[in-house]
Structures are given as C-alpha cells and as structure tokens.
Design a protein. Sequence first.
Length: 306
Amino acid sequence: MFSGPSPRSTLSPEPRRRARGILVAALLVAVVAAGAVGWFLWRPGGGASPRAAAPSPHGASATPAPSHGPTGHGAGHGAPGHTRLSGKIVVLDPGHNLRNRDHGAEIARRVDVGNARKECDTTGTATNDGYAEASFTLDVARRARALLRQEGVKVVFTQDGDRPYGPCVDERAALGNTAHADAAVSVHADGSAVGNRGFHVILPARVTAGKADTSAIVAPSRALGERLAGRFVAATGSAPSNYIGNGTGLDVRSDLGGLNLSKVPKVFIECGNMRDPKDAAQLTDPQWRQKAARGIAEGITDFLEH
C-alpha cells in the first residue's frame, strides 16, 4: 500500500488555480460546441427541423395516396395536382339532343359530310317505354367525363343539354378538331329489331371526298375502337353485337359526317339495342350505365397511354 503524501499535496496553491482554470475553459469550449451543433440541427434547412417531423395536416403520410380511377392505376405518382394523363384532351359527343324533337325543320336541314349531304341531326331512338336515346347518351357521357377527369384528362362536350337542338353532325366533328383532341368518342344506342343484341363500335372508313379526308385517322381510330371494345366487354359483361360486325364488335362506315369530317382519332359506340327488351333493361339501369361509362373511360385511357 502507498503511504506517501498525495499528489495534490505536492502542488502549490498557484499551480492548482491554473489547473482549475484550464478545466473550466475546456468545459466552456465543450458547451459552446454542443450548442452550435444543436442550432445547426434545429434551424430550417439544417438537418431535420421540427416542422418536417410534424404530422400531415390530413392526418396521413405526406406521400400522395394512389388514385383508383378508370383504369385502376395509381394517379398519385407525380407532383401534387398532376395525374398521369394531365394535358390530354378528349371530346365526348353525347348523341342527339332531347330538344331535337321540337326543332324538326332545323335538324332536317342538309349538311355536307364530305361524300354526301345528310340531315343536320336526328331525334335518335328510344326504348318501348319511352326512355330516349338522347337521355341515355348524355347520362353515360357525364359519368365517363367524371372518370376521365380523375385521371387529369381535359374533357370537352359537344353538347351538355345546353343547346336548343343539335349540334349538327358537321359541327360535332369540328368541335373535336378545334379542341385538337387526342381522342373523340360519340356515345349512342341503337334502334334495331328485337333479338338483335349487344354493342358495337363504329370506325371511320377511308374517305377522301370534298371536305372529308380520313386518311390520317383511320389507323389510330381503329386502335381507339379496339381498346374501347375490349374494355367495354370487361366493364359491362355485354357481348359484341350479334347482328353487326361478325362478332368482332367493330363496324366500318363511310356515311357518318361525325367521322368523315374528323381530323382527330374518333369512333362511335352503340352501347346496345334500345328496341330489344333485354338490352333495354340494361340501358335503363343506372348501375349498368355506370359500368358502360367505366368501359368507355377505360378504353379511352388505354388508347391515350399507348
């Protein structure tokens, strides 16, 4: 065991004071350094600020939640306010107009459709119970518009129940051209014989006559029509027409001004036969019309993505 004097007892008072001063100075330096680091970590932009760690005002993560729009794909992958089809333009053309029946002379007026002259418009058909095609087309188009808007698409209508009649078929085509639409779809329902069932999509034939030249839109319109037909089957469960298109659900026509005069990819869809009781039961069902709208919206978004 050590029995000599302690080391402290060998120091004189003056050296002990200097040692204490050095120790105090070292402690002050350590405190100042710790404070500087703390300031750096706390200040905005310097590490993790308290604001960044605060919960989202919506009570969830700041990462946008996925959207389940017409095609079921997430729409929350871009910056807030942007979706996968932002910047795309679609024209929806609800066929006919409920007020056409009050404007017989106006809609009977002939207009140039390129390779012929045809009526400005018609009244359209109806179910045996009086449900008008014009009511059906406007309802389905509005439902499809809501779904497309969820994906960021800008939707233009040719009429939204806000016209005294029409518009005429040539104006319907012109509206799509003026909008520089990426796709245009005219919504209809057929009026055929009982037993004729199912939907079909009408594609433009190659027409080069007068004001009409569909050369540039025949191929993309077919691509649009094929995707539309496929998605319509999946969404509604309806079979392709058993009386037009040989089971393909596709029909090519050269006599429709809405197609002949279009400069953008465009098709018509006849969603079913209003004169067949079984088809009419679907067409008059709001839940089925929602499915039809989803099939149309999904067909369009498929086309826009490919």
